[in-house]
Write a protein that binds this ligand. Structure first.
Ligand SMILES: Cc1ncc(C[n+]2csc(CCOP(=O)(O)OP(=O)(O)O)c2C)c(N)n1
Length: 655
């Protein structure tokens, strides 16, 4: 059965003239034991909520999972798809892609991410089991990880968190083949992975990864462990290839016709390319049917559940917001209309979260050790711990990258809307995971506070400058920068409603006046930008655009211009992506037709030309920040109403 995986992998790579045969050939025995004897799944319903999860963290070995899906009877994974490995539109892209191929739990390729996603999946499982009971939620998360996965820094964050939370239903099968692209691992690494995992609180063992009995024994023991488990499976990369096995030559290139033919002989495989002998195919199909009774029994248990509880479970797994959500938004807005607040937007966010997290119990908050600064923990939230998985606040520790990747795992698992906190400047530490959330269309919400030089004395290491632009560059990520308490709740609403992608909420440390007074029942941030203040007396000569903390500066600049009889309007721009996605006529109306456009934002200008045009004037940052009280910094860098008014006047003179 394992040889079937091996030949499919080498044949598909050969046909595509690209790909990685080595890992699938080396890990075939591990995968065969796991998928035929342990993994609980049903090809007839790849999204069955209580299935075991399998994450191929070493995504370059994609042919391993494609071969498995084909052999196990996932309907869409035909032999034709295997033959079209890496070709346009096939279900077998170079690296496994979530949402593209049924049976793929997460997009992998950037090493280390899958392992960290799996930690999030295992957290989600424990949390939902605590809420809905073991009859409904009781599954294991398995990972196949390579040397590369374990060399990546993110793996340390992930395993430390998993060990700390005692995620006993997480089992990592380490393809311990001692080879990476450059050659023997000894060139670059000499870590004892078993000791490393043990130090992080895992159960860890070392076995022969080509011995089915040893593999089964180790998985069986891991399933009984009270801790997460590492099984280091000593394997030979490219197993079966007569001259290239055990070397990097089998890692990332076709083996070549002669080697493939010789491997067939060595493996005792006589069938031609892409043909699986009937007897072996049957055994695989039988393995694929193993999980059906378990799924049907689970469905019966779900059907027997208290109807309210069942409806709630199903709603959460569908990712739909609760009926109480709209009312919760309305309630926060009403409070702000009745008693306006001059507070930092990070505090406005906390104010909104106090109500939203009650309406949406699926929101699981957290922070990378900046809870008191990010204001992401609401009063009623208990911390999640190994002793109590029902807690809804995760102390991620100083592990921004692991946090963002675990959030992706929770979102992918379903039933949870993860949100987190760190400083905006550390978005760089989360970026690879945020990018993958965007690629996979996952709703992970990042609260990122201290969003500019406005954070003040911590200085240039902590002051984001290029971060808004860098985040806006990620497709399918929404970057929100609200200007006051009302915009903050509106941006939260939009982030929560963005079912198909992640969001960043960039929030201030410093207080902001509430600019939106009165009650707006609609969401003015929904089109990404809107006219906050119209020009007095007819058409505007100047349009002033700003986001977040600089909107108040634009408002003050408008008054300065008015004193000189220049009519200006102020447009608040809380979300570029929504504005740029708005219908052309709507966008044109928001941007307006003033003679002069000026934008102000305490960041670099990159990206603003899409709004203000190449003739627009930009007031903001051109280099790094500095260490001083924030009001002085705004003066020092010339981000002031006077400078904005000056910029407008200068442009008017020139035009
Ligand atoms: C973050 C990241 N860096 C680099 C790569 C490119 N890459 C793909 S596989 C690999 C290493 C291969 O070694 P290993 O993980 O041991 O896999 P094996 O050779 O056993 O298949 C590298 C560096 C990547 N996919 N992700």
């Amino acid at each position: 059965m394992a040889s079937a995986i091996r030949v499919l992998a080498m044949d598909a790579v050969e046909q595509a003239k690209a790909g990685h045969p080595g890992l699938p050939m080396g890990a075939a025995d591990i995968a065969t034991v796991l998928f035929t004897r342990f993994l609980r799944f049903d090809p007839a319903d790849p999204a069955w909520p209580d299935r075991d999860r399998f994450v191929l963290s070493a995504g370059h070995g994609s042919m391993l999972i494609y071969a498995l899906l084909h052999l196990l009877g996932y309907e869409k994974m035909t032999i034709g798809e295997i033959q079209r490995f890496r070709q346009s539109g096939s279900l077998t892209p170079g690296h496994p892609e979530y949402g593209h191929t049924p049976g793929i739990e997460t997009t992998t390729g950037p090493l280390g991410q899958g392992l960290a996603n799996a930690v999030g999946m295992a957290i989600a499982e424990r949390h939902l089991a605590a809420l809905f009971g073991g009859d409904i939620v009781d599954h294991t998360t398995y990972v196949l990880a390579s040397d590369g996965d374990l060399m990546e820094g993110i793996s340390q964050e992930a395993i430390a968190l998993a060990g700390h939370l005692k995620l006993k239903k997480l089992i990592v099968l380490f393809d311990d083949n001692g080879i990476s692209i450059d050659g023997p691992l000894a060139l670059a690494d000499s870590v004892d992975q078993v000791k490393r995992f043990e130090a992080a609180g895992w159960a860890a063992t070392r076995i022969d990864g080509h011995d089915p009995a040893a593999i089964a024994g180790a998985i069986g023991a891991a399933k009984k462990s009270e801790r997460p488990s590492l099984i280091a499976c000593r394997t030979i990369i490219g197993f079966g290839a007569p001259t290239k096995a055990g070397t990097e030559k089998s890692h990332g290139a076709p083996l070549g016709a002669d080697e493939v033919a010789a491997a067939r002989v060595k493996l005792g495989w006589t069938a031609p390319a892409f043909e699986i002998p009937a007897a072996i195919r049957e055994q695989w199909r039988a393995a694929g049917e193993r999980g059906r009774p378990a799924r049907l029994a689970w469905q019966q248990r779900l059907a027997a559940l208290d109807p309210k509880k069942r409806a709630e479970f199903e709603r959460r797994m569908r990712g739909e917001l609760s009926d109480g959500f709209a009312a919760a938004i309305g309630e926060v807005k009403q409070k702000l209309a009745a008693a306006p607040r001059e507070i930092a937007t990070r505090s406005s966010s906390e104010f909104a979260l106090e109500t939203l997290t009650v309406a949406l119990p699926e929101m699981i908050g957290g922070s990378a050790d900046l809870t008191g600064s990010n204001n992401t923990r609401t009063k009623a939230m208990k911390a999640m711990s190994a002793a109590d998985y029902s807690g809804r606040f995760i102390h991620y520790g100083v592990r921004e990258h692991g946090m963002a990747a675990a959030m992706n795992g929770m979102a992918l698992h379903g039933g949870i809307i993860p949100y987190s906190g760190t400083f905006l400047v550390f978005s760089d530490y989360c970026r690879p995971a945020i990018r993958l959330a965007a690629l996979m269309g996952q709703r992970a919400i990042h609260v990122m506070t201290h969003d500019s030089i406005g954070l003040g004395e911590d200085g240039p290491t902590h002051q984001p400058v290029e971060h808004l632009a860098a985040l806006r560059a990620i497709p399918n990520l929404k970057v929100f920068r609200p200007c006051d308490a009302v915009e903050t709740v509106e941006c939260w609403q939009l982030a929560l409603e963005s079912k198909d992608g992640p969001s960043v909420l960039a929030l201030t440390r410093q207080n902001m006046p509430q600019l939106r007074l009165g009650l707006d029942t609609g969401n003015r941030c929904a089109s990404g930008a809107y006219e906050l203040i119209a020009a007095e007396g007819g058409a505007a000569a100047v349009s002033l655009f700003a986001s977040g903390s600089e909107v108040a500066i634009a408002v003050a600049a408008q008054r300065l211009l008015a004193a000189q009889n220049i009519s200006a309007r102020v447009v608040s721009v809380p979300c570029f992506e929504l504005l740029l996605a708005a219908p052309e006529t709507e966008r044109a109306a928001i941007i307006g037709k003033a003679e002069v456009n000026v934008a102000v934002e305490a960041g670099i200008p990159q990206g603003w030309d899409a709004i203000i045009g190449s003739n627009g004037s930009f007031v903001g940052m051109r280099g790094f920040g500095a260490s001083a009280p924030y009001k002085e910094l705004y003066q020092h860098f010339g981000i002031t109403p006077e400078k904005v008014a000056e910029a407008a006047l200068e442009r008017l003179k020139r035009s």
